[in-house]
Ligand binder design. Sequence first.
Ligand SMILES: Cc1cc2nc3c(=O)[nH]c(=O)nc-3n(C[C@H](O)[C@H](O)[C@H](O)COP(=O)(O)OP(=O)(O)OC[C@H]3O[C@@H](n4cnc5c(N)ncnc54)[C@H](O)[C@@H]3O)c2cc1C
Length: 291
Amino acid sequence: MKGRYAYILKERVGLAELSAIGVGGEIELFIEPGNLDEVRKIFCLRMDAGFPLYIIGGGTNVVFSDGKLEGVALSARRLCETRWDKEFLIAGAGVSMSLIVSEAAKRCLTGAEFAYGIPGSLGGALSGNAGALGRGAVDIIEEMTTIERDGSVRKWHRGEFSGSYRSLSLSMSDRLIVECKIKFQNAQREDIERETEVFRKARAGQPKGFRSAGCTFKNPPGDSAGRLLDVCGCKGLRVGGAVVSDVHANFIINSGAATGKDIVQLVGLCRDIVFQKTGIRLENEIKLLGF
Ligand SMILES: Cc1cc2nc3c(=O)[nH]c(=O)nc-3n(C[C@H](O)[C@H](O)[C@H](O)COP(=O)(O)OP(=O)(O)OC[C@H]3O[C@@H](n4cnc5c(N)ncnc54)[C@H](O)[C@@H]3O)c2cc1C
């Protein structure tokens, strides 16, 4: 929509198009606000009308249910402005992590190498503290601006929030990240390249060229979910069109015509097998929306 509105609004949008794994039914309303004021208005409207709200960034960590979903899917993708202030980057929640990694490297700034190859947006990465090898998105955030449940704007400073393995200390159920201030440090180009290579190598064992939602389960303390799934014989397991990757057992792949139900059943099957064989109950890393 052009003119005085920056947002895009669509009725009855296929959820498969909004998620990397490509499954899901249809959402009543889809909205992509273009600025903070529009996000605030949506949140205020929701306070009055009480409709379900599903927040999405790049859709690379979510699995939607099948059928018709009531409510609104709000995409943060168009909140994608960036500006540099010395070694700080102020970026909208919809900015892709890959852009942040490459822009920082171009400026000889270090800090974001851990995110090399992680798909999705800054907001999605921060809400789940996405990362690798013990590093996470929260590590580099100096400030974060959110829209609260009642539509108010809140600025959070470093120290008011923290990250742990795949989690942010603030609940994200009724809160939208709109912008972050990221702090980098100056570095030599060769050091940044060397650091990036460490993370590139760490991803070498992930399946490529398939539709997935990333790692299915979080690693349990002191172990790897992929290793446990592998030794328990889960590689290649299939429910409908959902298959456990035979490259990396912690990835479920949409082999073509998977449904949300297929994915959820396969997740449950894998969790049960691992629990029966090892006594370890795996926790989901993927986010199931609308189930
Ligand atoms: C091939 C592949 C490889 C991956 N590798 C990794 C990896 O190495 N490490 C890793 O941690 N993850 C990995 N992932 C998972 C995923 O890419 C990350 O979790 C990513 O950070 C999610 O970002 P997104 O924008 O796609 O979030 P989405 O999938 O859109 O959303 C994820 C969650 O964040 C919430 N959310 C999104 N945006 C906002 C916002 N602005 N404000 C509040 N909440 C929000 C959503 O409601 C949802 O609960 C991988 C995924 C794939 C497909």
